[in-house]
Design a protein around this ligand. Structure first.
Ligand SMILES: NC(=O)c1ccc[n+]([C@@H]2O[C@H](COP(=O)([O-])OP(=O)(O)OC[C@H]3O[C@@H](n4cnc5c(N)ncnc54)[C@H](OP(=O)(O)O)[C@@H]3O)[C@@H](O)[C@H]2O)c1
Length: 256
């Protein structure tokens, strides 16, 4: 059975571990003792073991997942010594493969990007490079999107940020319904169902772009077109592009 060591037992890695067990992956998960509360909860719920030290995790594990925040990466790298051939998967945003190799001294590094929906095996799953241990290990967590270059991986990081922004958009729309007197539950159902409907139909109409589908709906004179005109006038889409540009620029500036 593969021994998976987790250094950085945080929000994302907890959900990944839960998703892996939910799928029934044959794993023995070894947790860092940091964030004792979260590690303790995971050990109680699942067959995970909290180790005494980070180094004990590194020494025992076949594969390591790093899930600390970027600002804590250097401290972690100074704290643990990995084996030169020990596979390492990093979910840390904005830290390149070259930098990971330099920090941890292991040849077999890869990067992965997932979301909270890992918990229910519904995440977008991307990794770089394509042929890495992450491919087989993380595939059960959702929808694998193959990528070729590290630049593409950074674009997927922007997609992971978009995923976060979608929740705020959904909430904004939901709150509007609530302000109009709908119960919170109905407002949530209505908002999420509209999004699911759009995703499902876009997937069904694979050969059409979302714009083509949208234009077939928002034909002049319709209520949809009326509202779309307001969104354009207020620059709603421009703002989304600007946020994406901003994050992508930040990520690429770290590539050096
Ligand atoms: N959350 C997401 O949806 C998401 C999505 C994509 C990517 N990511 C990436 O995932 C990483 C983690 O994000 P998160 O939201 O899961 O963060 P988080 O909840 O803050 O978790 C980070 C964990 O790392 C632990 N940690 C810090 N320094 C450590 C050390 N030296 N040794 C062992 N553990 C240490 C922290 O423990 P303490 O509490 O004891 O400090 C904490 O439990 C980030 O780099 C982020 O870019 C997150």
């Amino acid at each position: 059975m593969l021994k998976l060591g987790v250094l950085g037992v945080g929000d994302l890695t907890e959900k990944m571990v839960r998703g892996l067990y939910r799928h029934g992956s044959e794993l023995h998960v070894l947790l860092s003792p940091r964030n004792h509360e979260r590690g303790g909860m995971l050990s109680r719920d699942l067959a995970c073991v909290m180790m005494e030290t980070n180094q004990a995790v590194a020494d025992e594990a076949d594969v390591i997942i790093i899930g600390v925040r970027p600002t804590h990466l250097l401290d972690l790298a100074q704290e643990v010594k990995l084996r030169p051939d020990q596979p390492l998967i990093s979910v840390v945003m904005g830290v390149s493969l070259a930098e990971l190799q330099k920090l941890f001294g292991t040849r077999d590094c890869c990067r992965a990007m997932l979301s909270a929906a890992s918990e229910i095996n519904h995440s977008t799953v991307v990794f770089f490079p394509a042929e890495s241990i992450a491919a087989q290990l993380l595939a059960p967590l959702g929808n694998v999107i193959p990528l070729v270059t590290e630049r593409e991986f950074e674009l997927a990081t922007v997609a992971a940020c978009m995923n976060g922004w979608f929740y705020f958009l959904a909430d904004e729309l939901q709150q509007w319904f609530v302000q109009q007197g709908l119960s919170a539950q109905r407002a949530k159902d209505l908002t999420l169902s509209s999004v699911e409907d759009c995703v499902a139909y876009s997937r069904y109409k694979m050969s059409a772009t979302p714009r083509q589908i949208g234009e077939s709906i928002a034909i002049p004179g319709t209520f949809t077109a009326e509202g779309l005109e307001v969104l354009h006038r207020l620059g709603a889409n421009v703002a989304w592009r600007a946020a994406s540009d901003h994050v992508f620029r930040l990520l690429m500036s770290k590539q050096g």
